[in-house]
Design a protein. Sequence first.
Length: 225
Amino acid sequence: MPAFSRLVRFLAKDGITYYGDAILPAGVKDISKAKQARVVTGDIFGQHIVTDKVADIRLLLAPLTPEHVRTVRCLGLNYANHAKESNMAIPTYPILFYKPATALTGPSDPITIPPIAQTGSTLDYECELVVVIGKQATDVSEEDALDYVLGYAVGNDVSHRDWQIKRGGGQWSLGKGYDGWAPWGPGIVTGAAIGDAQRLRISTKVNGQTVQNQTTADMIFGIRK
């Protein structure tokens, strides 16, 4: 079990990059509001400790370094209401696609649109629940599945729908896998701190307007599955 509750990776005001357990004021749940963190030392996926050293946060980075991420597996069309709104059939099996590790970026980093994706008007965004697997797993039962989860984060599944569906001939990764098109963070929250991850509300606002509002209870294939 992780020793931290809200893991962040950050550039501190002393110029050093740390892992830390975010310190939040009473009643505040938004990790992006954290100004300080208790420094975490050791192996995030193994033996580690939350130290008494408190560092001042200058900039929150992607929660894990690129070398700590082997695979970015994504499930498409995994919310029942979204499938109905899109007039698409509820999938019998998960629609799985991948994003390369180079797509990962921090929560405040700019999203670069490469020349190939600058035509048309089909750029899109989707707020997603990110499930971070903390240890190797093969043939795990649904009953034991959450024992392998390090924690949960927020991510943005940036897409170019034209390349995803029409130009790409249905190759989803072709319209979703450009560098920097998987921003996530600002932290990883453990299951103990978050409670039931199948009862979380996910929403997106663009210029103050709510454009996405759903709950993880609407997932077709839940986290355990």
